[in-house]
Design a protein around this ligand. Structure first.
Ligand code: ZN
Length: 239
């Protein structure tokens, strides 16, 4: 393996070359935006460079797409200076060394004190367990609020479980009278949380997502679509 660079219209294209017993020269770009070229043993470097030049437009387009993807990819890490939402409020994470592990929120600063401030995975576990404790009263209050809003429906008060989920904001199991809420909802404002809770409670009446189901949600929360949109656009990113 060796690193090579060619210039294409003044843009340097750096690639890693691997010699193999292959017939065709091949270029690939990985998810980090690294260019990997494989070529047969003995193929002159000029021919390899000509090949790359013939692919240069595609390479530049692909690199731009990789960069765009990496910029919009949900960031699920917790680190010093990270911007995140807490109940709809934009906050910044501060991490400092301490002889005790604790987290406190002061206005819009989430201060993480940790014995291992440089261990990202440990910090993340610490953050998630703190967030789960914060979430319990918030989610409980939302369930009570939505339950009394729709008191006429005679829905039982469900048991709530909180999980950090990747694909759903919530789920409902009417048979076991249980509602599961995504810990990630803690990023969103209370109206967004109420909307998810109301949605799950209404599954006690309708298990599907039919017309009657949405009519019932609309009856108690006419602006539910706005909350759903905000939730999925503004608060979608990881943690
Ligand atoms: Zn549903």
């Amino acid at each position: 393996m060796s690193k090579k660079t060619i210039q294409y219209c003044g843009i340097p294209i750096e690639y890693t070359l691997t010699r193999k017993s292959v017939k065709n020269t091949n270029v690939r770009i990985n998810e980090k935006g690294e260019i990997r070229v494989s070529a047969r043993n003995g193929l002159p470097i000029e021919e390899i460079n000509d090949f790359i030049e013939s692919k240069a437009e595609w390479i530049i387009r692909t690199l731009a797409a990789v960069e765009r993807y990496n910029m919009t990819k949900p960031d699920s890490e917790i680190y010093e200076g990270k911007k995140c939402y807490y109940l709809g409020e934009a906050c910044v994470v501060e991490i400092k060394q301490s002889d005790m592990d604790f987290i406190e929120k002061n206005e819009n600063i989430i201060k993480i004190s940790s014995r291992q401030p440089n261990q990202r995975d440990i910090i993340k576990v610490q953050y998630l367990s703190w967030l789960k404790k914060e979430a319990a009263p918030v989610f409980n209050n939302s369930v009570m609020r939505m339950h009394s809003l729709a008191a006429k429906e005679n829905i039982p008060i469900p048991a709530i479980s909180i999980r950090n989920m990747k694909t759903r904001w919530g789920s409902c199991n009417p048979r076991s009278e249980k509602v599961t809420l995504n810990l990630q909802l803690m990023k969103a404002d209370l109206e967004c949380i109420d909307h998810v809770v109301l949605h799950e409670l209404m599954h006690f009446k309708y298990s599907n997502h039919g017309k009657d189901f949405y009519a019932l949600i609309h009856k108690y929360m006419p602006d539910w679509k706005e909350h759903r949109k905000r939730l999925n656009e503004k608060f979608k990113d990881g943690i």
